[in-house]
Design a protein around this ligand. Structure first.
Ligand code: GUN
Length: 294
């Protein structure tokens, strides 16, 4: 079997186009322009690139983008004061504070200072709780993107065996909650899991989010399974060029899986598209407007 490649880039482009149409509708029909504030503290090069892409995509979708670049020595109090200002700014419907933050700032204190209604990352403890209890949560962007790709590929997920590898608050745990909501039988595997090959070998759906290059061997994958690889790991090659690989050993896995996301070009592009989608959702909820179906 040779797996179909799930083209996250093309899927994300369609989703962004859909969001742009929703934004146009909100502007015309409701005089509402969704706005996203992105805050970055310090000079982390990877974060700089992510933030630039987020702001560019926000503008391309027709939304307002508010960029706040703060120096690395910004105090926690100063950052919390900015979050408070953004919470109270009616033009701002979504707030994203780029992580990681410098070591002297407590990340959870900042995340939990963001108004849950504007928490487009879905990291606030209220949103985590709402997701776990079946409420109207803001859903973290990466797991949301994974779920959209899974549903596009498989349709109804009900009754399928799903294994999520990784238990982070950002990906693993919310992914497990989302799959549970879709009536999957969900296993969350992690670094202490015994006999990972056996656990993965029974999964119809594998979501790999451990951040360890090619840790999941292709031969562990069940024939025909759908594999979503969240990992983005940079490996240096002997020729000095860097290479991006996922958490799954791609070449081996593609001979067994029914479908697999590549790295790059799989989950990555979906995360920003879902951030835009969440910003529209947040704006609509704050204004009591139904999300336009376009
Ligand atoms: N850093 C890396 N990914 C993310 C993300 O999805 N949201 C935030 N806030 N920071 C990040």
């Amino acid at each position: 079997m040779t797996a179909d490649i799930i083209d996250g880039k093309a899927f994300a482009a369609r989703l962004k186009e859909n969001v742009a149409q929703q934004v146009a509708h909100l502007k015309e029909q409701h005089n509402l322009t969704p706005g996203l504030a992105v805050v970055i503290v310090g000079e982390d090069p990877a974060s700089q690139i992510y933030v630039r892409n987020k702001n560019k995509s926000t503008r391309e979708a027709g939304m307002n983008s508010f960029e706040h670049r703060l120096p690395a020595e910004t105090t926690q109090e100063e950052l919390l004061a900015l979050v408070d200002t953004l919470n109270n700014d009616p033009a701002v419907h979504g707030i994203l504070v780029q992580l990681p933050l410098p070591g002297h700032i407590e990340e959870n204190a900042v995340i939990d200072a963001i108004s849950p209604a504007k928490d487009v990352d879905g990291f606030h403890v209220i949103n985590a709780g709402l997701l776990a209890t079946g409420g109207n949560a803001m859903i973290p962007c990466t797991p949301l993107g994974c779920l959209l790709m899974l549903k596009d590929r498989l349709g109804d997920l009900s009754g399928l065996e799903a294994v999520v590898i990784g238990r982070s608050n950002i990906v693993g745990k919310p992914m497990a909650q989302l799959l549970l909501k879709e009536n999957c039988t969900v296993t969350v595997a992690h670094s202490r899991t015994r006999d990972l090959p056996q656990v993965i070998g029974r999964a119809d759906i594998v979501v790999a989010a451990v951040g360890r290059p090619e840790m999941i061997q292709g031969e562990w994958i069940k024939e025909g399974a759908t594999v979503i690889d969240v990992g983005i790991n940079r490996l240096s090659s002997p020729d000095g060029k860097n290479r991006l690989v996922g958490d799954v050993e791609f070449e081996g896995a593609r001979t067994r899986a029914g479908a697999i996301t590549p790295v790059p070009g799989g989950v990555g592009p979906m995360t920003i598209a879902c951030l835009l989608k969440n910003t529209v959702t947040a704006a609509c909820r704050q204004h009591g407007v139904t999300e336009p179906e376009v």
